[in-house]
Design a protein around this ligand. Structure first.
Ligand SMILES: Nc1ncnc2c1ncn2[C@@H]1O[C@H](COP(=O)(O)OP(=O)(O)OP(=O)(O)O)[C@@H](O)[C@H]1O
Ligand SMILES: [Mg+2]
Length: 280
């Protein structure tokens, strides 16, 4: 299945219970099969935007179109992955992978496709294993296979790798990017980790907070396999770090303008970017 085109226009969102406006005036367009990253400091509205793109929540204002059709509900063609994989702990790896298809009444298809899905995430040896007995990285691979079982057009990732160790994380970044590219799946990735954005995305949107909006958009034109040790990678990472800092600084200045209760703008100096670009 080919990835979907996503267009969001004039997206603003205020939570009913929230005093602050989570998003204001977001316009973005994502091409079929493109991988984009949403980055920005905590609370700038990344998850809110991802939920709205998926159809899990409806924006207070604005519209999302996927392949020209208005998004007004979730769809199995747009799959979300979260930081915790939320697997069924009493079920085996293969049962967890098949569960989405079973819920959609596609039992026979589930059975037929399990070997292919297990191979895709390199878990062939673990098919009958209870998911509780897997590592965190293996559990996210199960969640990835379960997502891919639905043949999604869009994969929406809300920091699904942030709890993993650096090595496992790097392997999954590379695998998810490769699988999405092979299948033409449109990828939207939320991350705090600038390296992760540069590893996985073709383009990054840097958001600023209060209210959440797009500060800058940067292309990530690195052909072939990506490695943090290359000059091209480092150059783009530095530009993204600068945009992130800029957005975070502006957010503090804006917050100041809204309320005299806030700390002085000079406090933005406290935001330090680690040399490796990791924000976790
Ligand atoms: N269910 C909710 N009810 C009320 N306010 C909410 C709710 N969810 C999020 N918010 C607020 O909306 C804003 C954006 O939150 P969101 O979770 O989208 O941020 P985020 O960028 O994903 O942050 P993080 O990086 O910490 O995950 C924040 O100010 C947050 O407090
Ligand atoms: Mg979030």
């Amino acid at each position: 299945m080919k990835g979907a085109h996503i267009k969001a226009t004039g997206i603003s969102h205020t939570y009913r219970r929230g005093a602050t406006q989570a998003l204001a005036g977001i316009d973005l367009e994502i091409q079929p099969g493109e991988a984009v990253a949403l980055i920005g400091r905590s609370g700038c509205g990344k998850s809110t935007l991802l939920h709205i793109l998926s159809g899990l929540s409806q924006p207070s204002q604005g519209k999302v179109y996927v392949d020209g059709a208005l998004v007004d509900a979730p769809s199995p063609s747009r799959v979300m992955m979260f930081q915790t994989p939320s697997l069924y702990p009493w079920m085996s790896v293969e049962q967890n992978i098949a569960i989405g298809l079973k819920f959609n009444g596609r039992m026979r298809e589930a059975k037929a496709r399990i070997p292919e899905l297990l191979a895709l995430v390199e878990l062939e040896a673990y098919a009958k294993r209870n998911v509780q007995d897997l590592s965190g990285g293996q559990q996210q691979r199960v969640a990835l296979a379960r997502s891919l079982a639905l043949n999604p057009q869009v994969l929406l990732l809300d920091e699904p790798l942030s709890a993993l160790d650096a090595f496992t994380r790097h392997a999954l970044q590379r695998d998810i990017r490769r699988i999405a590219a092979d299948r033409g799946i449109t990828l939207v990735l939320v991350t705090h980790d600038i390296n992760e954005a540069v590893m996985m995305a073709d383009r990054a949107f840097v958001l600023k907070a209060n209210p959440g909006r797009i500060h800058k958009e940067l292309p990530i034109p690195i052909p072939g396999d990506r490695s943090p040790s290359t000059p091209a990678f480092a150059g783009i990472r530095n530009r993204l770090v600068a945009a992130y800092e800029e957005a975070a600084g502006l957010a503090m200045a804006d917050a100041d303008a809204f309320s005299s209760q806030n700390e002085p703008a000079a406090e933005t100096d406290d935001i330090r970017i680690p040399a490796d670009g990791t924000f976790n």
